[in-house]
Write a protein that binds this ligand. Structure first.
Ligand code: GDP
Ligand code: MG
Length: 295
């Protein structure tokens, strides 16, 4: 019997903010590539995470959480990014939490093209009782033509083999599109900026992180040592003071945490310099949003 042909394709993870899409991508490829936090809307950029096995290559695309409630240039650009991602994928996995399947999920499904294989991934089953999960799985099975419904816990690494099998069956037969050892399509420069943003999201209180952008001014790779210079961009003078913190302590905390994560991800020493820059109202200004690398 001839061996099964190699399969390869692009898999979009779509879903409302905070359902665990980025955590799932990181867990599946075994590296912390995509930034995550308990706050919705941490992910602003699509990012590819590549997993190659003996029989298939999975190219996961982590998308920003689709948002229908908030307006503003940043959200507009993010929603467009979800839409354009969906046009070029081979499989779409809609990620939800058990018990929650609503209007925003149906709106997302409407954005998929006819014939695109759809999977429903019910994440965070570690948080729900079987008495909630089981009826939910039954009910959603009746929703718009899912090829398969897979309950998982990204946090506890449960159900991931079943998920990979379900995806693989729906991938086209074709050779790998990325090198076997590739983890992502994004540069270290990009990943560095994202890690700064992740620490800001985790360490700063309240709404402030949403108005933060990060610009890498210089990235030098001196073989073993990377020297990285970044500006944290805020929209208001008063935000600058908060990000810096009293005696510079907040900025120092963000930079130290980011540096440690970068060293882990890049596998080498990092020298990091970070400062804060005010660019009034940048998140409301589409041109400024693009300058910061969105869209
Ligand atoms: P995204 O906005 O969909 O990308 O969601 P994130 O991956 O950023 O995750 C949002 C939050 O949910 C984070 O605090 C994660 O740690 C948490 N989370 C993700 N997956 C699981 C899971 O399987 N179980 C539990 N309990 N929490 C999870
Ligand atoms: Mg995310």
């Amino acid at each position: 019997m001839a061996p099964d042909p190699f399969r390869c394709g692009i898999v979009a993870l779509i879903g409302r903010p905070n359902v665990g899409k980025s955590t799932l991508v990181n867990t599946l490829i075994g590296q912390k590539l995509s930034i995550t936090s308990p706050r919705p809307q941490t992910t602003r950029h699509s990012l590819r995470g590549v997993l190659t096995t003996g029989t298939a290559q999975f190219v996961f695309v982590d998308t920003p959480g689709f948002q229908t409630r908030h307006r503003g240039a940043l959200n507009r650009v993010m929603n467009r990014s979800v839409q354009s991602t969906l046009e070029s994928v081979d499989v779409a996995a809609l990620v939800v939490e058990a018990g929650r399947f609503g209007a925003q999920d149906r709106a997302l499904l409407k954005m998929t093209r006819p014939g695109l294989p759809l999977l429903l991934v019910v994440n965070k089953i570690d948080l729900s009782q079987p008495a909630v999960v089981l009826p939910f799985l039954k009910k959603t099975a009746l929703e718009a033509g899912f090829a398969e419904i897979v309950p998982v816990s990204a946090r506890r690494r449960e159900g991931l083999d079943q998920l990979l099998r379900a995806i693989e069956m729906n991938l086209p037969c074709q050779p790998a599109i990325h090198a076997e050892n590739d983890l992502t399509d994004r540069s270290e420069r990009f990943l560095a900026a994202e890690l700064i943003r992740e620490k800001a999201f985790r360490l700063l209180a309240a709404e402030l992180p949403y108005s933060i952008g990060v610009e890498v001014e210089k990235f030098e790779d001196l073989g073993g040592l990377r020297r990285i210079y970044v500006a944290i961009v805020v929209g208001k003078e008063s935000h600058k003071a908060i990000v810096i913190g009293s005696r510079g302590e907040m900025l120092k905390k963000i930079a130290t945490a980011a540096r440690l994560s970068m060293e882990k991800l890049f596998g080498g020493k990092v020298y990091l310099e970070a400062w804060v820059r005010v660019r009034t109202g940048w998140a409301d200004d589409e041109a400024a949003v693009r300058r910061l690398g969105y869209g």
